[in-house]
Design a protein around this ligand. Structure first.
Ligand code: FE2
Length: 304
């Protein structure tokens, strides 16, 4: 008996969209996610935050002497679900502002929601994402995808901070580069509440810098557990004329080449701008042992 032929699936992106991704380094796909699925992720995030004892976070950021604890909290988060505060939610001494609720104080949840939380896992492993990575990934050096990182990103009303120009491959460095970002607008993202901005074609400029764990001698010298290796700072010397806003209605998926310079604005509006992101790398690229994000070897990043 012979195995049944696989059911052919229709492509998710057109040849024109594939060409646009190769040219621009990003692709905006409105309506990729149903509104109900966006609402379900937001509701789940609210549940996680509801169960959070924010005093544990406050201790992490409470004093300068706690920097090392903060570093460890971040550096150990690659295979956990951890919560990170918005800088503007803190007083100069590092304690939480009394006028900011914990729901409004958070900057993000990371970095293994896709493996550890059933609601986010179901969303993150939907077959359409595997198919999309098959269709667009090879254009970004991505073959045999591994879902490495997930983040639930809050862009809180009034205090949601700007994220300056960067390339995701700086933080999720592989050799050769293979990172692909999937950015889901769970709420409408506009220029008022902090949408993404990108430089079309900027992914062809190469890598600006690499973020990694400091060697012991570096840490002794600088006091920092992490280090940037500057490669080509010019890549991120971007003039406003080069960028375009990636306005995204709820349910939009923005696909980002790992080398694409992008940023997001501050949220100075009254409207939240929650997003969920996944970052995928290739099983065939080398993943250095000094990348910031490490996972327990018994719990490696899996494919879709
Ligand atoms: Fe990014």
């Amino acid at each position: 008996m012979t195995a049944a032929a696989p059911t052919p699936t229709s492509p998710l992106v057109t040849p024109e969209q594939r060409a646009a991704f190769a040219r621009d380094g990003f692709l905006v796909l409105p309506g990729f996610v149903r509104a109900a699925d966006c609402e379900a992720l937001m509701a789940r995030a609210r549940e996680l935050v509801g169960a959070l004892d924010v005093s544990t976070l406050r201790s992490v950021f409470s004093t300068v002497s706690q920097t090392r604890t903060a570093d460890e909290y971040f550096l150990d988060s690659g295979d956990k679900i951890r919560f990170f505060l918005e800088a503007d939610a803190l007083l100069p001494d590092g304690s939480l502002r009394p006028d900011v609720s914990k729901e409004r104080a958070l900057n993000k949840i990371g970095h293994a929601l896709h493996d550890l939380d059933p609601v986010f896992a179901r969303f993150s492993r939907q077959p359409a994402l595997a198919q999309l990575c098959d269709e667009l990934g090879p254009g970004a050096g991505l073959t045999e995808p591994r879902v490495l990182q997930s983040m639930y990103i809050f862009k809180q009303p009034r205090i949601g901070g700007e994220v300056v120009y960067h390339q995701d491959s700086t933080f999720l460095y592989t050799d050769p580069p293979s990172a692909l970002g999937l950015w889901f607008a769970l709420q409408d993202a506009t220029e008022e509440n902090g949408c993404l901005y990108a430089v079309p074609g900027g992914h062809r400029r190469g890598l600006s810098r690499r973020f990694r764990r400091s060697r012991p001698d570096e840490q002794a010298r600088t006091g920092s557990a992490v280090t940037f290796d500057e490669i080509d700072p010019q890549v991120l010397a971007i003039s406003p004329a080069e960028e375009i806003p990636l306005v995204a209605a709820q349910g939009t998926l923005v696909v980002l080449h790992g080398l694409l310079p992008h940023r997001s604005g501050a949220n100075r509006s009254e409207r939240a701008r929650d997003a969920y992101t996944l970052h995928v790398i290739s099983a065939h690229s080398r993943y250095p042992a000094d990348n910031w994000l490490q996972r327990d070897p018994a719990f490696p990043a899996r494919g879709f």
